[in-house]
Design a protein around this ligand. Structure first.
Ligand code: FES
Length: 82
């Protein structure tokens, strides 16, 4: 298990801290955020087309697995419009 900080760029604040479990690792980051009631935009149902689910400036949350976060030096997900 590890913690991920969800930061809103527009509000310049921490929205939430999520504790990621083993079961979360196979989910996409978009799924994780939606399960934790973080209002992430998405209009293509996670098919990688709409680009509304962008996190950390350039990563599509719907195409990136939660397991990838484990190797991030800073475990922070930044969402521009929050
Ligand atoms: S939800 Fe549309 S690109 Fe990710």
């Amino acid at each position: 298990m590890f913690e991920v900080e969800i930061r809103g760029q527009a509000s310049n604040s921490t929205i939430k801290t999520i504790i990621v479990t083993q079961a979360d690792l196979k989910k996409t980051i978009l799924e994780l955020l939606q399960e934790h009631k973080i209002p992430v935009a998405s209009s293509c149902m996670g098919e990688g087309i709409c680009e509304k689910c962008i996190i950390n400036d350039s990563v599509l949350g719907c195409l990136k697995l939660v397991s990838a976060i484990e190797s991030w030096q800073s475990k922070v997900i930044t969402i521009a419009y929050l």
